[in-house]
Write a protein that binds this ligand. Structure first.
Ligand code: SF4
Ligand code: SF4
Length: 431
């Protein structure tokens, strides 16, 4: 019998009736999309459990942390340095949302033609459906795309002034780097004030190590997906990446490492989730926040394998490494800032590094086709699809451009387009 969390949710001022409906829909979707997969690794049981307790046990843990005077920091973007949050004993929670929820409410505040991700985080708050937002002490926004930047002003009102905004520059030149280093320093100061704790070298090193190990485990998972057949489905790999944004980082790394050990064994035996020689797809573009599983579910439902995500819920989150050979807090903060400038979001101009990443990932993961995914109205990624296609065309790899939202209305149409694309791909492996 699952534990009853109603008292906890009501203490967080949530809409219990609507929330029950949401959990019901999520549980059904998870059963249909995830639990129906064949031949899943044993290690996925942990992640199934995490999902089953997504608004339960993890929220309980966060409330326990708050009792110990630890601060809960909600974030929306992979530019927000996790190391600094952990260095003041904070709990870092990704707040991006991947379901069509509270849309009518959200559209009272923001235009209809806003991307689904922004509408979703506004909608979750307005509909009283997100326990994570309710537990936060600080919500960190950033000046990446215009939609988010302006939405945070409204979100600040809706959350009683919890939003703090980091300025992310538009260009990766010397001035941009200087601005960003100063922003990261300012953020460190803000965290110190909020937590009433001073960041010291020992804490910063310890936090950097925790995040480094988490990234290393995610990198290992990514490398394992290069094998044919891939030892894990794209759906499961996506889920792991989504969970990495809100699970306890030490436990997450431990469980993912166990899973990767199991995947190593699968590779040795040639065991995979699809047949050897199945068509291999790289997804590139806008982030897929939990529970946005739509595109992966369609592709893998057509017996192809998603082998990588050039996305913030994916490679962009863990690809860049931190140079942790620092010997003072000041130097550490600067190296952390520099590490985060090495993420290649479409909000930057120019953004040739992302194009290189797409080419590199296509080769490394032996993808036979690239699907560029942009959330509708996500201008930065919709625009960059043009350049991404050019890179992939040169490699003579088929490219498909998709723009969609979180609704299920276009599922049939997307399936038809993806089936035709897979058909046209031929034998499917790019050497
Ligand atoms: S796509 Fe850009 S704005 Fe969105 S999470 Fe990634 S880095 Fe941040
Ligand atoms: S998906 Fe695109 S438009 Fe939406 S918040 Fe992210 S960068 Fe902005």
């Amino acid at each position: 019998m699952p534990k009853d969390y109603k008292t906890m949710w009501s203490g967080l001022d949530m809409n219990l009736t609507a929330h029950e409906g949401l959990l019901g829909v999520l549980t059904d979707a998870y059963k249909n999309i995830y639990l129906s997969q064949r031949n899943r690794p044993e290690g996925m049981k942990y992640f199934d459990f995490v999902i089953s307790e997504v608004h339960g046990l993890r929220i309980e843990e966060i409330l326990e942390a708050k009792k110990e005077k630890r601060k809960v920091i909600g974030t929306f973007c992979v530019y927000v340095p996790e190391e600094l949050i952990l260095a003041v004993d904070g709990v870092d929670i990704g707040l991006c949302a991947g379901a069509e929820v509270g849309t009518d409410e959200a559209e009272k505040y923001i235009p209809r033609n806003t991307c689904a991700l922004i509408k979703a985080f506004m909608g979750f708050k307005l509909a009283g459906l997100c326990p994570y937002i309710q537990t936060t002490d600080l919500i960190v926004g950033e000046t990446t795309c215009d939609g988010k930047k302006k939405a945070y002003e409204i979100f600040n009102e809706l959350t009683g002034g919890k939003v703090y905004v980091m300025e992310v520059p538009n260009k990766k030149d010397a001035d941009g780097l200087l601005l960003w280093r100063n922003e990261v320093k300012r953020f460190a100061k803000k965290l110190e004030e909020l937590s009433n704790k001073k960041i010291n070298l020992e804490k910063l090193k310890e936090a950097s190590q925790i995040v480094k190990e988490k990234r290393r485990a995610l990198q290992r998972l990514s490398l394992l997906r290069a094998f044919d057949p891939s030892p894990v489905s794209g759906l499961d790999a996506l889920l792991i990446n989504q969970v990495s944004f809100y699970d306890d980082p030490v436990r997450f790394t431990e469980k993912l490492t166990e899973l990767c050990d199991e995947l190593d064994e699968r590779v040795k035996k040639g065991t995979g989730v699809t047949e050897k020689g199945s068509k291999r797809i790289l997804i590139s573009g806008s982030p897929m926040a939990i529970p946005n599983w739509k595109l992966h579910a369609i592709i893998e439902g057509c017996k192809a394998s998603v082998v990588g995500e050039e996305s913030c819920v994916g490679e962009r989150n863990f690809m860049a490494s931190l140079d942790d050979g620092f010997s003072s807090v000041e130097e550490g903060i600067q190296k952390i800032a520099d590490r985060y400038m090495n993420i290649h979001c479409a909000c930057f101009t120019p953004n040739e590094e992302r194009m290189k990443d797409i080419g590199d990932m296509t080769r490394r993961l032996k993808a036979g086709g690239v699907i560029h995914y942009a959330i509708q109205f996500c201008t930065p990624y919709m625009m960059e699809a043009y350049k991404a296609k050019k890179v992939v065309d040169i490699m003579k790899v088929p490219f498909l451009r998709i723009e969609t939202d979180y609704s299920m209305e276009d599922m049939g149409q997307l399936k038809t387009r993806i089936e035709a694309f897979l058909e046209m791909m031929g034998d499917g492996v790019h050497e």
